[in-house]
Design a protein around this ligand. Sequence first.
Ligand SMILES: CC(C)(COP(=O)(O)OP(=O)(O)OC[C@H]1O[C@@H](n2cnc3c(N)ncnc32)[C@H](O)[C@@H]1OP(=O)(O)O)[C@@H](O)C(=O)NCCC(=O)NCCS
Length: 201
Amino acid sequence: MAAIAPSGVRIGCRRIREGDEAHLLPGEAHSIPARQPGMRRASGAARWIAHGLLAELGVGDAAILRTPSGAPVWPEGIMGSLAHDDDMAVAAVAPVGDIASLGIDVEPAQPLPDDILALVTTPADRTDAADRHLAGRILFAAKEAVYKAVYPLDREVLGYEDITVDLNAGHATTKTGRKARLAYCVAPRVVVLAFVEKDRG
Ligand SMILES: CC(C)(COP(=O)(O)OP(=O)(O)OC[C@H]1O[C@@H](n2cnc3c(N)ncnc32)[C@H](O)[C@@H]1OP(=O)(O)O)[C@@H](O)C(=O)NCCC(=O)NCCS
């Protein structure tokens, strides 16, 4: 998975385990509305990864609070993104620099059900370079990752139809005019990283 990260971006994953909710710092636990234990466990696992990545950047003990929109708050000078599926949590962080914003998503490496594929796909999306069985799943994860990268910049809720993905070229555009680059892997899970470059977004 580390191979998909552009220079300067740190990325990590962790299988979600019993008790991972204990990794939420007090402020984080408070910022995450009462939800199912499994969701809190996943949020704790993702933050455990992020805390470690932040420590590598010399930032210790920083709480990654959840805002009412769902977007996480990163320490001054850092940007990042979190995601989890039922089994795995992932996180990516980078110092603010050439990259203005990051988004990540993780999904099981299984074909996307046809009904969801129909909701996610627009005629302008291009996926023919991707694995035929996983193209829909990668497309889905790409749109979620792009949304997470773009939301902190524009604060606008987007639907799948508002994001056009070209997996062949490795980029996406939003109806708000943002452009994001995409990188992904498919094993052992589908992980897509979207990043908006400074002055090009
Ligand atoms: C952001 C969103 C797509 C996340 O999807 P999800 O399947 O629920 O959850 P994921 O595991 O992929 O990601 C969860 C993480 O996303 C991050 N996140 C949530 N809302 C976010 C936002 N608005 N901006 C950036 N990141 C966000 C959080 O860090 C969250 O982790 P946490 O709950 O531990 O704090 C979804 O919650 C959402 O807000 N959807 C509304 C808009 C939408 O669905 N549009 C269609 C997709 S383009």
